[in-house]
Design a protein around this ligand. Structure first.
Ligand code: EPZ
Length: 429
């Protein structure tokens, strides 16, 4: 299993190209199931999760071809991938595939909308919590589907097709909002979703669905209205920049000090996190086609943070921000409100010398003047990268094990950091 070895102590200076967003690319790829025409996605990141979803979609009959190339010596150019679901050959998403990636459960929306039936394995829990699917079940029932649970599968059927309705989410869910938008696009009549997720990835999916002929308004607000159409066509769509990758490198620069411009991204995608970073002592400024992060001289100030759905502080940056706070000049608190078990990085950060006390959903972090390198590992993607951020300032050598978590969501991580002066290397085994 590959490991990443970091020798801490260098500041970061230079430019980092930001890739297309994993969490936008995945639902966009799934949207290709809605049409027999070709959906072309540009700026698709080269990530293990994307490759895995390509395999899963292939099981349903989606063919794909890749054009363009991604040379490691040039700034990340992303890939252009053409997805064609001419014929849906299988409406079952088996346990073996869904259990590998939770987002693949989302195929239930387009399969139900286009084929009027789907049998999809329940995704089960994962490292960050139980992550139930009740909102998907209730939402799709509101559109007229029968949703039964048999042998670990959801067996969904909508004889005669889905029918538009009003559905109020009792809790904000990104995935369930994606699925309802996709399903309602091919339902009869109008669907109104209240308390919808407002994440930029939801807006990106709505933009792409509209380019395919859907009639969606209000994406990015709590109320989304979808006027169903009888068929969708192909389209060409560019995946939006990865705001979590953007925020992760911003926090890395705030941690090490230095001056880095993050290119092909936008500060607008992440204003709450950037406001917090400013409070913590970093200079964050919008530049054409990017964001510049500078921290020279001054220390890291403690800041309290509560994770929230967009536009709040993202749960996907909570671990990275905690890493930063381990070196703050005082005590900070981080409260996680989205997932009930997303603090696995705490004990690993402690191995590097961090002082963190957990009490329920709140972590109390007492900043320390130095971290020291150690062997660490984490059980999810964002937790793993928080250990990389800590390793960048830890004295001596830090080895992050189980790198496959990082490969799920960070394209060419070590290459991007090395280009800015970090001493990071991948050790293959
Ligand atoms: C998306 O997951 C992201 N994944 C996650 O990113 C992200 O952490 C999360 O949104 C929150 O921003 C992708 O986009 C692929 P949710 P999702 O449904 O859609 C509860 C990463 O590191 N809930 O918004 O699965 C749920 O348990 C990942 O890239 C129900 O109770 O998240 C959670 O507490 C990990 N019932 C809350 O809602 C349901 O039916 C929000 O989850 C569905 C969700």
């Amino acid at each position: 299993m590959d490991r990443i070895r970091i020798r801490g102590g260098n500041t970061l200076n230079g430019t980092i190209p930001i890739s297309g967003a994993k969490n936008a690319a995945l639902p966009l790829m799934i949207a290709s199931l809605l049409t027999d025409d070709t959906l072309t996605l540009e700026n698709v990141p080269h990530l293990a999760d994307v490759e895995q979803l390509i395999r899963i979609l292939g099981n349903h009959g989606v063919d794909y071809t890749v054009s363009g190339k991604r040379l490691s010596s040039t700034p990340a150019s992303g890939r252009t991938i053409h997805f064609t679901a001419r014929t849906i050959i299988d409406t079952t998403a088996p346990y073996e595939l869904v259990s590998k990636m939770r987002a693949s459960f989302w195929v239930i929306g387009p399969l139900l909308a286009r084929m009027h039936k789907a049998k999809v394995s329940l995704p089960g829990g994962c490292a960050i919590g139980t992550r139930p699917v009740d909102l998907f079940i209730d939402g799709l029932r509101a559109l007229g589907a029968t949703m039964d649970i048999e042998g670990g599968y959801i067996v969904a059927e909508a004889k005669g097709g889905l029918v538009g309705n009003r559905y109020v989410f009792p809790k904000v869910s990104v995935g369930a909002t994606h699925v309802m938008m996709m399903a309602a696009s091919l339902a009869k009549g109008e669907t109104v979703i209240e308390n919808a997720a407002r994440e930029p990835e939801v807006v990106d999916l709505a933009t792409c669905l509209n380019a395919m002929g859907a009639k969606i308004t209000g994406a990015g607000t709590p109320t989304i209205t979808i006027e169903g159409v009888t068929a969708l066509s192909g389209a060409r769509h560019r995946v939006l920049p990865d705001r979590i990758e953007t925020g992760t490198y911003a926090m890395a620069v705030a941690m090490t000090g230095g001056d880095v411009t993050l290119e092909q991204t936008s500060a607008d995608l992440l204003s709450s996190a950037f406001n917090v970073l400013r409070e913590a002592g970093a200079e964050v400024t919008s530049v054409p086609n990017g964001v510049r992060i500078v921290r020279n001289g001054g220390g890291i100030h403690p800041v309290d943070v509560v994770t929230d759905p967009f536009p709040g502080f993202p749960t996907d940056l909570q671990a990275q921000f905690m890493a930063l706070m381990t070196r703050a000049s005082g005590v900070s608190h981080i409260t996680e409100t989205i997932f009930e078990n997303r603090f696995m990085h705490v004990q690993e950060l402690a191995r590097l010398g961090a002082k963190i006390h957990l009490s329920g959903q709140m972590a109390r972090i007492e900043g320390v003047p130095r971290l020291a390198g150690a062997q660490v590992m984490a059980t999810d993607l964002r937790a793993s990268v928080s250990l990389v951020i800590a390793g960048l300032v830890a004295e001596g050598e830090t080895t992050v094990n189980r790198v496959y978590h990082l490969d799920r969501g960070f394209e060419r991580l070590e290459e991007k950091l090395v280009a800015c002066g970090a001493e990071v290397e991948r050790i293959s085994s």
